[in-house]
Design a protein around this ligand. Structure first.
Ligand SMILES: [Zn+2]
Ligand SMILES: [Zn+2]
Length: 374
């Protein structure tokens, strides 16, 4: 049995059992299920059924695989279950690992272009991460789909892309109880979360699809060049004939070539028209102790307390957020007024008056010239 088949079998067993069925493993590679009414409807199965998960399967068993038909049936049964999960990492705050050289780790991870910072202390703290999982499908002349994960530390807005896979590998749905005295960073409200996703999701999809988009652009340019060359040649031949002996038929032919060329360009635009569907799959809330690096950031006369968390499961310090774009790219700057940490792009010059300003402070327009955001 291949690994994917083993996983699928275990999943179907758990899901049907959780839905009230009596399930027994039978050889080879199968399950025997006595289903409830609900199960019979949603999985389109008779009351007593045998399912097989590999090529070799029990006598009379229906083959279950990762094809659309079965995924739809299981999806119907799964419904909303499991779309929100909360996990408390099995780590004790007293005994979790500690970073060996915090100053060095910080130096490696945090550079501020126009400000200085000082590490005040490193101490254990609790934090709350949210991990969003999306499924996206891109349609153009070809189709591509994939799974995308976006994770954020709610205590400071840091993205946790550099260790999201480690977290997902380590956490499981569990019933670890959380001591009521533990103070967690508050959950973000819908407006904050929407803003975060609006900023971070399109960029993350772009970067997941970068190869696909580059291929699409290459194919489109190749087709455009081919159509251009072909019609240019036709037109040239027609013009030569016109020069020798102008006729109305030839004149009409040239016009027809131009029309055909324009129509072909429109066809190409449709062929390469890109549509991306994004579907939210799951949100995980991960609660765990971390080592908190408390900092003081100084810019001109201003000072701001800020922190970055070192994750004891990944043994990594998170990157400083861009408090405007939630992008991982670009160097970090600190703004004059609120001492926001933002990427260079979020502190770039205004396209109108060429003065730099902080997009986190001024969401809508440039404070110097009043021109709408550029
Ligand atoms: Zn301006
Ligand atoms: Zn600012």
């Amino acid at each position: 049995m291949e690994q994917s088949e083993t996983v699928l079998k275990a999943f179907v067993k758990q899901l049907t059992e959780a839905s009230g069925a009596l399930v027994e493993e039978i050889e080879p590679n199968g399950l025997e299920i006595i289903s409830t009414q609900e199960l019979q409807q949603k999985l389109k199965l008779p009351e007593l059924t045998r399912l097989g998960f590999a090529l070799e399967r029990p006598k009379g068993a229906e083959r279950v695989g990762l094809e659309t038909e079965w995924l739809e049936r299981l999806g119907r049964l799964l419904g909303q279950k499991g779309q929100f999960l909360r996990s408390v990492a099995p780590l004790l705050i007293q005994t979790m690992p500690t970073p060996s050289n915090p100053e060095r780790i910080l130096e490696h991870n945090l550079t501020l272009q126009n400000a200085i910072y000082r590490l005040v202390k490193v101490s254990p703290a609790w934090t709350r991460y949210l991990i969003f999982i999306f499924h996206f499908t891109a349609f153009a002349d070809e189709k591509r789909d994939g799974i995308l994960r976006l994770g954020i530390n709610l205590s400071n807005g840091s993205l946790i892309d550099n260790f999201i896979e480690t977290l997902l590998g380590e956490i499981t749905q569990n019933s670890n109880l959380l001591d009521e005295s533990i103070k967690l960073p508050p959950l973000w409200n819908t407006k904050q979360l929407n803003y975060f996703l609006e900023q971070a999701l399109p960029r993350a999809i772009d970067s997941s699809l970068s190869q696909f988009l580059a291929g699409l652009k290459r194919r489109q340019e190749r087709d455009l060049a081919r159509i251009y060359d072909y019609h240019k040649q036709l037109r040239r031949e027609s013009l030569l004939r016109m020069r020798k002996q102008p006729t109305e038929t030839e004149q009409a032919k040239i016009q027809a070539i131009t029309r055909e060329y324009q129509a072909k360009i429109v066809d190409l635009q449709q062929k390469y028209d890109l549509r991306i569907d994004v579907e939210w799959v799951q949100t995980l809330e991960v609660i765990m102790p971390v080592q908190r690096f408390e900092l003081i950031i100084k810019r001109r006369k201003g000072e701001r307390h800020f922190h970055l968390d070192w994750n004891p499961l990944a043994k990594k310090l998170e990157s400083a957020p861009c408090e405007y774009s939630y992008s991982l790219e670009g160097k970090r700057m600190v703004c004059d007024d609120a001492l926001h940490i933002v990427s260079e792009l979020a502190h770039r010059d205004c396209a109108n008056c060429a003065k730099a300003y902080c997009r986190a402070c001024h969401l809508l327009k440039c404070p110097k010239c009043g021109k709408s955001k550029t």
